[in-house]
Design a protein around this ligand. Structure first.
Ligand code: FCB
Length: 503
C-alpha cells in the first residue's frame, strides 16, 4: 500500500488568466494574454480569457470545492495587471483586496496557499516597452514582488517567482505560439536571461520584507530520450536540448553560471552580452524548494544539415521553432499512449526526473507543482463525468512520486493540474485538464470521477485503486446533473453557445 505522511502536501493548481475572467473589472489593466488572445488566429476558435471560469466572481464557491476535496494546499497565481495595472507605480487596491480575501478564505478552510507571482500575464505596458527583452522588466518584477510580500506576506505558504520561464521565453519570443507572439530567436535568449534575473531580484526583494520567506521557482523540465541511445550524435542532440531547455535555467538559478555548451551552441545567434557583471550572483539565490512541472517526455535525434526541424514542443505548431540554435535537432514522436494534447504518457520518467534532481541538488527539496492530463470528457446520462484515463494518469504519476521518495528523493508535495477545466492558452477551451468540469455555458462546476478519487486520496493518504471513484464526501455547490438549466448564467458569457457546443 502506497501511503503519504501528514506533512506531504496534496494540492491542485490553477493560474490567474486561465480561470479568473473579469479582465476589465475593478481596475485590472490589460495583459499580453488579453492582447494575444484577441489577435485573429492566435488561439483555437479565437478563444479568450475574458470570462474563463469566472473565478473572479465565483471564488467563494471554488474555495468550497478546494475544501471539500480535502486539499492540503492550493497553488494559484496573481495577475500582475490586476494588482498593478501598468506593471509599475501604484497598486490597485481592489485587485490586492481580491487576493487578500481569497488567501484568507483558503487559510480559514485549512488550505495552505502557494502563490506564483508570474504565470504569464505580463502587463501590456511592459511589453510595449520591450517585454522580457528589456532588462528593466526584471526590476519592475522585483518591485511588484516586494509589494506583494508587503501586502500579502503573512498569508502565503510559499512564493514562487516564475512559472515555466521556458514557455515565456521560447513560446512567447521564439515560436510565437504564446503571448506576446514574437518570433525572434536572439530576443528569446535575452528573455531567458531577464527572466532568470527577475527571479533572483524577486527572491531578494521578498526576503527584504520577509526574511524567513519560503521561495521557489517552477520549471517545466524536459525529460529527454535519444531516438537511438547507441548513437553518439543523438546523445549530443539530447545534450543540446538539455542545455537550452533545462540548464539555461538550472545553471544560473541553482549553480550560478550559464552552461558553456549553451553559450557555444547559440554563438551564431547572440554573444550573451546582456549578461552583465554581477547578474549571476543575483540570479543564484538560496531556494526553499524547487517546483517541478511534468507531463511527458521528449525524444530527439541529430538531423542532417538542411533537414528541417520536425515538430517541436507539444504546443501549437508554428513555422518558427522554439528550439533556439537547435536547427539540427529533430523531434521524434514517442510511443503512446497519448493524452488529448498529443503528449505521451510516461510516469516512470517522473520518478527518474525527481531522482536526478535529488542527485544533482541533494539539499533542495522538490514539489511537483503541476502534473495532469487533458482528455475528451463527457457528461454521462447519470450526470457524472467518468474520466478513467485521467484517474489512471494521476494514480500512476502519484505512484511515481512515491517511488522516487522511497528511493530517497525529498519530494514534499504533489499538485494536480488542474482544479478546473480552464483556458488552455493557445488551445483555448478545447482542452480540458480539470478534475472538476466547467460547463462553459452555465459555468457550473461538476466533480469528475478524478475529483472523487483525489478526495479519497487526500482523506485516507493512501493511493486508492483506480476504480475507487464513488462519491465519498459531500460536494458543496456542485449538484450532479446531466443537463444544465437552459440559459442559466449564459448572459455573462461573450459567446456561450460556441464554448458549450464543443465542450
Ligand atoms: C503548463 C502550464 C499550465 C497549463 C499546463 C497544461 O505548461 O504551466 O498553465 O497550461 O501546462
Amino acid at each position: 500500500m502506497t501511503t503519504f505522511g501528514p506533512d506531504f502536501l496534496f494540492g491542485s493548481a490553477t493560474a490567474s488568466y486561465q480561470i479568473e475572467g473579469a479582465v476589465a473589472e475593478d481596475g485590472r489593466g490589460p495583459s499580453i494574454w488579453d492582447t494575444y488572445s484577441h489577435t485573429p488566429g492566435a488561439t483555437e476558435y479565437g478563444d479568450t480569457g475574458d470570462v474563463a471560469c469566472d473565478h473572479y466572481h465565483r471564488w467563494r464557491e471554488d474555495v468550497g470545492h478546494i475544501a471539500a476535496l480535502g486539499l492540503d494546499a492550493y497553488r494559484l497565481s496573481i495577475a500582475w495587471p490586476r494588482v498593478q495595472p501598468t506593471g509599475r507605480g501604484p497598486l490597485n487596491p481592489a485587485g490586492v483586496r481580491f487576493y487578500r480575501d481569497l488567501l484568507d478564505a483558503l487559510t480559514a478552510a485549512g488550505v495552505q496557499p502557494l502563490v506564483t507571482l508570474y504565470h504569464w500575464d505580463l502587463p501590456q505596458e511592459l511589453e510595449d516597452a520591450g517585454g522580457w527583452a528589456n532588462r528593466d522588466t526584471a526590476f519592475a518584477f522585483a518591485d511588484y514582488a516586494r509589494a506583494m510580500a508587503q501586502e500579502l506576506g503573512d498569508r502565503v505558504h510559499t512564493w514562487t517567482t516564475l512559472n515555466e520561464p521556458w514557455c515565456t521565453a521560447y513560446l512567447g519570443y521564439a515560436s510565437g505560439v504564446h503571448a506576446p507572439g514574437r518570433t525572434e530567436p536572439a530576443t528569446a535568449l535575452a528573455a531567458v536571461h531577464h527572466l532568470n534575473l527577475a527571479h533572483g531580484l524577486a527572491v531578494q526583494a521578498i526576503r527584504e520584507v520577509l526574511p524567513e520567506a519560503r521561495c521557489s521557482v517552477t520549471l517545466n523540465f524536459h525529460v529527454l530520450r535519444a531516438a537511438d541511445p547507441a548513437d553518439p550524435e543523438d546523445a549530443d542532440a539530447v545534450r543540446q536540448i538539455d542545455a537550452v531547455a533545462n540548464r539555461a535555467f538550472t545553471g544560473p538559478m541553482l549553480e550560478g553560471a550559464y552552461p558553456e555548451d549553451l553559450i557555444a551552441d547559440t554563438a551564431a545567434i547572440t554573444d550573451w552580452s546582456f549578461v552583465r557583471d554581477g547578474d549571476l550572483a543575483i540570479v543564484h539565490q538560496p531556494l526553499t524548494a524547487l517546483g517541478v512541472n511534468y507531463y511527458s517526455t521528449t525524444m530527439v535525434r541529430r538531423a542532417p544539415e538542411g533537414d528541417a526541424t520536425s515538430d517541436n514542443s507539444g504546443h501549437r505548431e508554428s513555422a518558427a521553432s522554439p528550439w533556439v540554435g537547435a536547427d539540427r535537432v529533430a523531434f521524434v514522436r514517442e510511443p503512446g499512449p497519448y493524452t488529448a494534447m498529443g503528449w505521451n504518457i510516461a510516469p516512470e520518467a517522473l520518478t527518474e526526473l525527481l531522482l536526478d534532481l535529488h542527485r544533482r541538488y541533494p539539499t533542495l527539496p522538490t514539489v511537483v507543482t503541476e502534473n495532469g492530463a487533458a482528455f475528451e470528457d463527457e457528461v454521462s446520462p447519470d450526470g457524472r463525468v467518468h474520466d478513467p484515463r485521467r484517474v489512471s494518469y494521476l494514480h500512476d504519476h502519484i505512484a511515481a512520486v512515491a517511488a522516487a521518495r522511497e528511493r530517497g528523493a525529498d519530494v514534499r508535495g504533489y499538485f494536480a493540474w488542474s482544479l478546473l477545466d480552464n483556458f488552455e492558452w493557445a488551445w483555448g477551451y478545447a482542452r480540458r485538464f480539470g478534475i472538476i468540469r466547467v460547463d462553459y455555458d452555465t459555468l457550473e462546476r461538476t466533480w469528475k470521477d478524478s475529483a472523487h478519487w483525489y478526495a479519497r486520496l487526500t482523506r485516507t493518504r493512501e493511493l486508492p485503486a483506480v476504480d475507487d471513484v464513488e462519491p465519498s464526501v459531500p460536494v458543496v455547490g456542485a449538484p450532479l446533473r446531466a443537463t444544465s438549466p437552459a440559459g442559466a448564467g449564459a448572459g455573462s458569457l461573450s459567446d456561450p453557445g460556441a464554448r458549450a457546443a464543443r465542450a
